[in-house]
Design a protein around this ligand. Structure first.
Ligand code: ADP
Length: 521
């Protein structure tokens, strides 16, 4: 109980007791009863044997008894054990020893019992009244269970808060307006290497390396003056300094709170050294991969370029050999010459494909605003005039968007996919559908080429994009070179897009691709 409450209760006690005695003496019982009935505290008078003599209205409300039911009963009925059994003893004891545990004192916290048996905390002050020919005790009782509950809930909150502070993996530091550290949780101790006692009371800038160390006071001052937030409520990556002087990267978010008109800041911080290390390693790896990719592209270009010259020599010499000595060789020999020419041509095609592939990796894309409707239209015209195949039904299912991309390369993707859709198709009517889905699986403008062809087994979904990888074994004359899809993927990826497929063997395949827009050049 606070001092002011104690004072208040003992003042009420004294005032009422003396009022009681004087009014009693004057015989104005009605007036006294009115005062008692309007008192906020329960007021109970008992005789020296503990028998209740009066029980005011507040007492009725607090204990749940009617005055008429308790007057004449022993007051211990309002007490739980052990006081219930011990109370008679207290009363007998008191006159002998005159030892006041409650009587005449400001008030004491005790448990009490209501009519329904529930036990609740009260604050009790007792005065002894001695009048000529009369002797009794007056108890002043205040039900404090609400206050106790509020106190308990404050304690619970504080316990919960300190449990959070102590167990949270993030460092938590609170500082005041001047930057002085008020609290420093165990995670902050682990992160910085300072103990709480070393840190509390210090200015938080001692955890910062230069230039922040020197600037921090200005930051706080600026915020106080201008209200412009540079970190509060935002959070960002900052540099921090451990006790051993080492500087490390840290994620910091700062919140602001007002405590009894005092502005405080709570910093939540996380050491991100490990994450930064992984990030740096990842960036280095990507840079290394880019570099070796570039070197591979350069190598493929140079190697294929250099290979062409001896190949041409081989072909020319075989040609001379045939012209000069054809008469001398038999049919088998002539077939061998033809085979050499065929293989040279095939080799040349492979080298050209390789050269082209490396060029795709090396050359800048010619980004410009491109109407894909025109691109698809052109490709279909080229294919029709090139083959004019019967039994092929091509349908264009959509109106295509205008995108910023390399029109020639994107045309190549469509051409490769449509050619394959017709080539790998055993149906009497080879149907090819070209379209664009405005949105699919969270991706915008998903372009597709669908066929009713032979389909692809799922285990080959990755292989088919590998250079020179082929699944079908056609004879040499119709044989593809296994580069179409490799080129398509390279082009799509260089546009920042993705290519994938869905297929059912015997039913058909759909190739999907996206193009992330580049900037117009
Ligand atoms: P190529 O057509 O020159 O062989 P690609 O890289 O275009 O090379 O295709 C690789 C392989 O993927 C082809 O050999 C074929 O087996 C398979 N393939 C490609 N497109 C289809 C399709 N639409 N339907 C079935 N199989 C296909």
């Amino acid at each position: 109980m606070s001092e002011s409450e104690q004072l208040e209760i003992s003042q009420t006690q004294t005032a009422l007791t003396s009022l009681g005695s004087s009014l009693d003496a004057a015989g104005d019982k009605g007036y006294l009863q009115a005062v008692l009935d309007h008192a906020v505290d329960a007021i109970i008078a008992i005789n020296p044997e503990g028998i209740i003599r009066s029980f005011n209205r507040a007492a009725e409300q607090i204990f749940g008894y009617h005055a008429a039911d308790v007057i004449g009963q022993n007051v211990r009925l309002l007490m739980p054990e052990p006081h219930h059994s011990a109370h008679d003893g207290y009363l007998q004891h008191f006159p002998a020893t005159n030892e006041a545990k409650i009587i005449g004192l400001g008030g004491r916290e005790l448990p009490a019992r209501r009519a329904d048996g529930t036990v609740f905390p009260i604050e009790l002050g007792v005065s002894e009244v001695k009048l000529p020919g009369d002797h009794f005790f007056v108890g002043f009782i205040r039900d404090i269970h609400e206050r106790k509950r509020a106190e308990q809930s404050l304690i619970d909150n504080a316990t919960r808060l300190s449990a959070v502070m102590n167990t949270v993996v993030d460092g938590l530091i609170t500082i005041d307006e001047k930057g002085t550290i008020n609290s420093f949780n165990p995670a902050a101790e682990r992160i910085f290497g300072y103990s709480e006692t070393e840190a509390v009371g210090q200015n938080v800038k001692f955890l910062m390396p230069e230039p922040y160390h020197g600037l921090h006071d200005t930051y706080l001052q600026n915020y106080k003056e201008t209200g412009v937030k540079s970190i509060i409520g935002i959070g960002r990556e900052v540099a921090a300094k451990r006790k051993d002087g080492s500087v490390f990267p840290m994620d910091l978010s700062v919140g602001e709170m007002l405590l009894h008109d005092r502005r405080m800041y709570v910093g939540i911080l996380r050491d991100i050294t490990a994450r930064k290390q992984v990030e740096t390693e990842r960036l280095n790896l990507i840079a290394g991969l880019k570099q070796s990719n570039q070197e591979l592209d350069d190598f493929a270009y140079i190697a294929s370029h250099d290979l062409k010259e001896p190949l041409r020599g081989l072909f020319n010499n075989a040609q001379f050999l045939k012209e000069d000595y054809e008469e001398l060789v038999d049919e088998t020999g002539k077939k061998r010459f033809d085979r050499i020419f065929f293989l040279c041509k095939r080799m040349e095609k492979l080298i050209d494909d390789l050269l082209y592939f490396s060029r795709l990796g090396r050359q800048e894309l010619a980004y410009r605003e491109t109407d894909l409707n025109a691109v698809v239209h052109d490709i279909l015209q080229q294919l029709e005039s090139a083959s004019g195949q019967p039994g092929v039904a091509v349908s264009v299912k959509a109106s295509f968007p205008v995108l910023i991309c390399d029109a020639t390369r994107v045309g190549e993707v469509f051409r490769n996919l449509v050619t394959n859709a017709i080539k790998y198709n055993d149906k009497p009517v080879k149907s090819v559908e070209i379209g664009c889905l405005a949105e699919q699986g969270g991706q915008k403008n998903v372009l597709y080429v669908r066929d009713n062809g032979i389909g692809i087994q799922p285990q080959f979904y990755q292989d088919i994009f590998t250079i020179f990888k082929r699944l079908s074994a056609e004879d040499d004359k119709v044989r593809g070179s296994g580069v179409g899809l490799t080129f398509a993927r390279k082009i799509v990826e260089r546009h920042g897009g993705r290519i994938w497929l869905e297929s059912e063997p015997g039913v058909g395949t759909t190739f999907f691709f996206t193009l992330q827009e580049g900037s117009a050049k």
